[in-house]
Design a protein around this ligand. Structure first.
Ligand code: TYD
Ligand code: MG
Length: 455
């Protein structure tokens, strides 16, 4: 019989405690300790396999080998991974339930035809996966489906099939018989993930792990999981909206700046190659409170519509709400408008929305957002052919942003005629662009005069 002992593990940071307590001493979180049984006969496994063996080497003596990458037919996935799936890498894909994680990976598995793919699911039956696969217009006769949750069986399947890629949907459902705790518990997730990572490294086979997300929006399971894997992707989007975005929060083999954009259709996910067009509404009428911002996601310029609604305050304190934008930054911009430009924002309710369900962190939307607010405040529409790309500083100054040429080129391509940016950047760009006028500004007042002053 296995000799077990009881320990208490923090579900947030993975710290072990010998007795239960309300607060974890590792991460100071409350109520995160959960009782687990561990088999004392099992030796703890190292988190990652022994990658290098033997003596330390001088860096100059180490041969440089370019990592082998599998470029997939999915251009968006290649982009976020930094050019394809690296051999032996382990990629964790997190996201809310129903957002499309299983669809994305099943579709990838089908697209990889004629490569051999092993898709292991602990969430759905083989029939359910088959039904889903039939909705997708592609076929891969070398795709193996296994509804299995035992880690030992998954390793057996690997040896039988020798696939080029493994998908495990999800890591929280996999368990090893070596541990007695329930699937999804910290020790199970850590142990099964570390075994799968070792399999990936030793056999050189890439593995995708699907990870659940907690109510707070972080990846469920121990934080160490994110440290163990090579790449962490999150699949996000608005459920009422068809657009889905893959972001990288960690990537050992590429940049974390790139995003991949998809559209969820009846027949699976479609790659969106020209994202600017989808985030801008085509309408004949002029609306107040709407402007176009030239943002950048990774190396890709993206024009998005920032919308503002400013109304007289209805309750005792002004309401502020921001969708797709940082609320603290909005408050800062409103304070700048109040203090530097004399607008009475303190008696207004302000609502901000980035159209299309996208979340923007690029500070280059500042100027566009401020103009949307003023446009809504005075109910004056801004000409539809204007684009804004600048940060706004605390003293109301218009600041430079990176890679401005890329942003202007995108706006020019889409037929915009005036681009507002910081004066420090504008000077020599006007000669470079023929179809679009680059307008440099130093202060917010100057922008308002040019945009609303009838010039
Ligand atoms: P799913 O991929 O199961 O999400 P997750 O694995 O993240 O929980 O769910 C995808 C959702 O998308 C589901 O509600 C059905 C829908 N869907 C489509 O709209 N089109 C399709 O082609 C498919 C396969 C699913
Ligand atoms: Mg799923």
């Amino acid at each position: 019989m296995a000799k077990t002992k009881t320990i208490y593990i923090c579900q947030s940071c993975g710290t072990q405690h010998v007795k239960w307590q309300g607060k974890c001493t590792g991460c100071n979180e409350w109520n995160t300790l959960v009782e687990e049984f561990v088999d004392t006969r099992i030796k703890a496994t190292p988190a990652v396999s022994q990658v290098g063996k033997g003596q330390p080497k001088l860096i100059s003596e180490i041969e440089s080998v370019a990592e082998k990458r599998l470029a997939t037919p999915d251009g968006e996935m290649n982009r976020v991974l930094g050019g394809g799936i690296v051999d032996g890498s382990v990629i964790l894909l997190g996201g809310e339930p129903g957002i499309g994680k299983s669809t994305l990976l099943l579709q990838l598995a089908l697209q990889l035809h004629p490569l051999r793919v092993l898709y292991v699911s602990g969430e759905e039956s083989e029939q359910q996966i088959k039904m889903r696969a039939q909705r997708l217009p592609i076929n891969n006769e070398n795709l193996y489906i296994a509804a299995e949750t035992r880690l030992e069986r998954i390793a057996d399947f690997y040896r039988q099939i020798e696939p080029d890629l493994i998908v495990v949907d999800s890591i929280q459902t996999v368990y090893t018989e070596a541990l007695e705790s329930a699937p999804g518990s910290v020790s199970q997730v850590r142990e099964t993930a570390s075994k799968l990572i070792r399999l990936a490294k030793d056999a050189g086979v890439p593995i995708f792990l699907v990870g659940h997300i907690t109510k707070e929006g972080t990846l469920a399971g121990p934080k160490v999981l994110e440290h163990m894997v090579d790449t962490v992707l999150t699949f996000e989007g608005d459920r009422h909206n068809n657009y889905r975005i893959v972001r990288t929060s960690k990537n050992r083999f590429g940049s974390t700046m790139e995003i991949g954009i998809y559209e969820m259709l009846g027949q699976g996910l479609r790659e969106v190659q020209n994202p600017s067009e989808i985030f801008i509404t085509e309408s004949e009428e002029d609306f107040s409170g709407v402007t176009i911002a030239a943002t950048l996601e990774g190396m890709r310029p993206l024009l998005v519509e920032s919308q503002a609604l400013v109304t007289p305050m209805t309750y005792g304190s002004p309401q502020r709400s921001a969708t797709g934008f940082d609320l603290r930054r909005l408050n800062m911009l409103l304070a700048v408008l109040e203090k530097r430009c004399g607008f009475k924002m303190g008696v207004k309710d302000v609502f901000i929305n980035m159209a299309g369900g996208i979340r923007i962190e690029d500070p280059a939307v500042d100027l566009s957002l401020i103009c949307s607010v003023i446009s809504s405040l005075h109910d004056i529409p801004i000409p539809k052919k204007y684009v804004f790309g600048a940060e706004v500083g605390l003293s109301g100054e218009v600041r430079a942003v990176n890679r401005l040429e890329l942003r202007i080129a995108e706006a020019e391509k889409l037929g915009f005629t005036r681009f507002f940016c910081a004066s420090s950047q504008a000077s020599n760009l006007n000669k470079q662009f023929k179809e679009i006028e680059v307008v440099g500004t130093g202060k917010l007042e100057e922008v308002f005069r040019l945009v609303f002053g009838g010039e």
